[in-house]
Design a protein. Structure first.
Length: 132
């Protein structure tokens, strides 16, 4: 089941017909560039190439050894450059339902959340401002 979930996520985040041409002649530098472009880890990109049959098992082993020797297996480079993604769909659904006259409590109940639940993704989130 986990393998199926990973295959789905890979295709969803990196559709084969789009990413395949970019997965040739992978190097660490190219993987960093692809990480910036696709917003996924270098490991996810390399695994995508491996699963598509574009790299050999020996290349995969070398890649992971290289990551380990640089300390990048846990903390890859340029991770701090990637924008933080914020889920917006649930909030948009909540906004549309409020426009139709439903209260936050009714929306939470319909979605299976207890009244006042802090984890309710449908409620209005306060705007956060960045200090520059």
């Amino acid at each position: 089941m986990e393998e199926e979930a990973n295959a789905f996520a890979s295709e969803f985040l990196m559709p084969e017909h789009v990413i395949r041409p970019e997965l040739r002649n992978l190097s660490l530098g190219k993987l960093i560039d692809l990480k910036r472009e696709w917003g996924v880890s270098m490991q996810a990109i390399f695994e995508r190439a491996y699963r598509l049959g574009l790299v050999k098992p020996s290349d995969r082993a070398d890649f992971y050894r290289s990551l380990n020797s640089r300390g990048w297996k846990v903390r890859e480079p340029v991770s701090d450059e990637l924008p933080i993604e914020r889920a917006e769909l649930a909030q948009e659904i909540g906004a549309r339902m409020r426009e139709r006259g439903l209260s936050d409590e009714e929306i939470a109940s319909m979605a299976g959340f207890a009244p006042g639940a802090r984890a309710n993704p449908f409620r209005v989130q306060p705007k956060r401002f960045q200090v520059v």
